[in-house]
Ligand binder design. Sequence first.
Ligand SMILES: [Zn+2]
Length: 833
Amino acid sequence: MTRHRLTIASLAVLLYLAALPFPLAAQQAKSQAEPVSAVPSPRSILRFNPGEDRTIADWKQITNYFSVLDKRSDRVLVQTLGESTLKRPLIVAFISARENILALEKYKDIQQRLADPRKVTSTLERDKLIKDGKVVIAVSCSIHSTEIVASQMSMRLAYELAVAEDPETKEILQNTILLLIPSPNPDGIDIVADWYRKTLGTPFEGREPPELYHHYAGHDDNRDWFMLNLKETRLLTRLFWHEWYPEIVYDVHQQGTNGSRFFIPPFYDPANPNISPTLLRQVGLLGHKIAADLQSQGYQGVLTNALYDTWWHGGFRTAPYFHNSIGILSEAASVRLMTPTIVTSEQLSRSSTRGMRSASEASTNFPDPWTGGSWHPRDIMAMELIAARSLMSMAAKYREQYLANFYELGKSNVERAVKPGEPVAYLIPAGQGRDESVARMLGCLIEQGIEVFRLEQELHVTYGPQVLKRINPANEKLGTYRTVVQATEMMQEVPAGSYIIFLSQPQRSNVETLFEPQIYPNRLTAQDEAERPYDVTGWTLPLQLGVEAPAITAIREKASEQKLTLLRNGNVVREDFALPIGKGELSPIKNPVPTSLRVAIYQGDTGNMDEGWTRFIFDTFNVPYATLKDAQVRKGDLNSKYDVVILPSQQATEIIQGNASGSLPTQYTGGITENGVNHLKEFVTKGGTLICFDASCGLPITQFKLPLRNTLEGLRSADFYGPGSIVSLDVESAAPSFQGLPPKLPGYFINSSAFAATDPRVRVIARYAKEDLLLSGWLLGEDKLRGQIALAETVLGKGRVVLFAFRPQHRGQMWATLPLIWKAIASSQEQSE
Ligand SMILES: [Zn+2]
């Protein structure tokens, strides 16, 4: 009975401890932790050494090992951040010297002050923060789950730091706090581990699993770091940019098998112009330190200054640049999951990329090519461990410089003088409609730590030049403005209830990079072909979300006269618009499509990222749908089950043929076949609506012989290239079901399509704009796209095919064109009525 007898006092203590944020409560437990020698190795728990050929630890084993470390080492503290998309725990291990672990709250507070210099009142205080602080380093493993080795390595790294007593490790533990993330995609670790075990010893051993390794995003889970669509991204964004502000973020990846053994920065061109030169130099310095340490320990094949660039914003290691932090990427040559492979010198000599003529040819940025042979998971792991240690050791040795640099970058962002005519802020005017999109955009800014204010009283502002162009007198939204003419300049009144994002804040470069249109440099190869960028070239957030967000260059009211409220979270905006607030898992957005319609999204046997993002958008907007597999299409009779079938972007041949026979177990091969094509055609002629995104338009066009053709087919990149840009669409709405759209819309073009048609059965809904086509990014040979069809529908029998030449839901980011999808679906009802 005694164990139930809690006194009031002890109950109060317990409640007090339970209510505390984790570190202090954990400290009580930590002080009773066993001595360091009792820390078990990964092998003693797993029964194999992580990284051994043909072994794999799944998420349960990895988290179990970390919870053992949490209990047994006073240098390790594990925190669960929340749940992944498929409800696995997402964890972070804090690793540092015992005394630092006991004082995590103090160090977190120092970081928060260094991250926002406005909180630091004197040079004396600044000096003390830098003297007392620790460099916070985040190391994240295997966000791409088939690049599995790093997740296994994380246990080894944590163990070594927990037990080592050598001076270098002690210096690291003294001077840094490591936030080790064994994987930011726990679901994917299990998808890969389950598949790998199932296929071990079969002909499919070492092949990639036949499903997306993130439920919605697959490989695109690392394309989400400014939009924050995914739960995992949101949890880590909160940890990084609201709590810990790591000065260094190291994202551990693997690349193809036959190229360099290990890529490490400096990066390739082009550099994003909003990244501070100091940061680019710091990235290069750390990269070269790692490369030098690998060389001195005899590792060959290390490449710098190649392939990967810093232009694009939304990756795990690129987002930190816009938070004043150093982002490091490494890319080790892959094995086949955990199965070793052999690479021949021939394969190496044929492997090339921008910045590397051949993986067998020495150059300044690749001084010691590897000559080939067998390649094991342990080789990858060894290089990753050296890289992590090299980086931590550098941070430990130059602790104060890293902290000072971080602080100074934030300070210069806050204090930078603005030249006349340069933007001082971006404005989101009230009364523009699209409440959900405005709330989504502001919520996403707030979640990544950008300051957003609500105007409690009107302001008088001068708009920047680009904005005067965007706001034209025919725009009905202008009704909410009154023009105020000053003696020397034209000012306009902005109503209360609008939102303002000032550039003078620590995250200035993040604001610039999200709001500005991107102007990608024209980069051509020696043969005048377009040089492929690392990722997309344009992503301007207000354009993607269809939100008016003009830049303003002056505000008449002094700061003391402005009445502003800093918004603490995105729900505040939803409350402003009287939008429902989400409860638990459910998105609060109202289904925009009639519920009577039966919609299917084609997945085929393996699915792809565009399909995953389509599901993501439908789940977010609470639009019910069924998933359509190849076998169901082969079987036919689709009209009895569905009114609408959506084909996400995928080449027609891939849909028809599927995975090649013998490449995967038979249930994952074969495609929809010619039979499936006939069944899809029958579905339309009997009254169904087939909606195609981008590449999949090729299927009905060629197989149903629709009277359209893709005008971009077969063009060389020297003549036309659009590798991920936002373009302008002219809406024509010839189809009755697409009435009521604005005359212009942004559209996402990523090596997409464009159609020409003369047949009267083709109703054009939108064309690529004839003027001012490129809104953000890069387009080579614009004339090839101007005026071509971007969206059309065509009648076939009793049904219709709706053809999107572009990506209306690209990466779950293009909210501006989602209404087109909803109208395309809803119109099938009008047709059947
Ligand atoms: Zn990767």
